[in-house]
Design a protein around this ligand. Structure first.
Ligand SMILES: [Zn+2]
Ligand SMILES: [Zn+2]
Ligand SMILES: [Zn+2]
Length: 281
């Protein structure tokens, strides 16, 4: 039996039957929905799939043929489908080891320019061979020189980084994995005033884990895309690196909470790894 859930627990699911085809997707829509450099999905037969909390699920049609779903309370991505006889499950939301391991990188042609793939898995520019689906254009970008811009998937929320960020990290803690429904979160931090929301501030929903001191997820109410948040108590802004449309000018410098890493994800880059957190400088 396979189990998964969103960060707040409003939406939960189980699946039985043969899980198949786990892959890392680098497409721009996955990156914006998940707020992660890539999303990892696998497929399970719809026959053995059951979910609770349907009343909390918000759907957003990210293309004419593909609707994405997220928890309207906490913003986590939740399973999508069915397509024919399959459901697509975000691996980062798994609370049990799905057993299978990633087989390929897909939509590598849309990869973040600063994200380097360091494993030996096959790489496909778009869908893996044999899937006869149309490939969408990447989300559009216009030239701008006022700072690195970011936006959610539907475009209702936008922001700009007007000063230098202070650090960026990949976090593998279970909260980040459930929040982003992905292998890990990749966030940058910047001084409070360095990051400005330029559009759609009223569209940003916020979910704070009740027993956490700081852990808060912010997301677009319409598309579920992850957004920056301002933390006045610490005087910082935190933003998902993967949701920038321009190069934010900083790269993750370390992996933290590797002790909580997903069993299906292997770190193959050379960045320092810390079992737990590392205080902010
Ligand atoms: Zn939730
Ligand atoms: Zn994708
Ligand atoms: Zn949006």
């Amino acid at each position: 039996m396979h189990h998964g859930r969103c960060l707040c627990g409003s939406v939960a699911w189980t699946a039985t039957g043969d899980a198949q085809l786990m892959s890392h997707c680098h497409c721009s829509r996955c990156r914006k929905t998940h707020g992660a450099p890539f999303a990892t999905y696998f497929m399970v037969p719809v026959d053995g799939y059951a979910a609770s909390g349907a009343e909390h699920v918000v759907r957003y049609e990210s293309s004419p043929t593909f609707a994405r779903s997220f928890c309207g309370v906490c913003g986590s991505v939740v399973p999508a489908g069915p397509w024919e006889t399959w459901m697509m499950l975000p691996a980062g939301s798994s609370t049990t080891d799905p057993g299978l391991r990633p087989e390929a990188h897909i939509f590598v042609a849309s990869k973040l320019p600063w994200h380097e793939i360091t494993d030996d898995l096959p790489q496909h520019d778009a869908y893996p061979p044999g899937i006869p689906a149309a490939v969408l254009e990447d989300l559009p970008r216009e030239a701008y020189d006022g700072g690195a811009r970011g936006s959610c998937m539907c475009g209702e929320v936008a922001w700009v980084l007007e000063g230098p960020p202070t650090l960026a990290r990949n976090c593998h803690c279970s909260r980040c994995r459930l929040a982003r429904s992905a292998a890990h979160a990749s966030n940058l931090m910047a001084p409070f005033d360095a990051l400005r929301v330029t559009r759609g501030a009223e569209q940003i929903a916020s979910y704070k884990i009740p027993d956490a001191q700081f852990f808060t997820q912010t997301f677009c109410r319409t598309c579920g895309g992850k957004t920056p948040r301002h933390d006045a108590s610490r005087g910082i802004a935190v933003a998902p690196l993967a949701c920038f449309d321009d190069d934010p000018g900083i790269r993750p410098e370390m992996h933290i909470f590797v002790g909580s890493k997903a069993p299906w994800f292997e770190i193959t880059d050379a960045l320092p790894q810390h079992a737990e957190g590392v205080p902010i400088r």
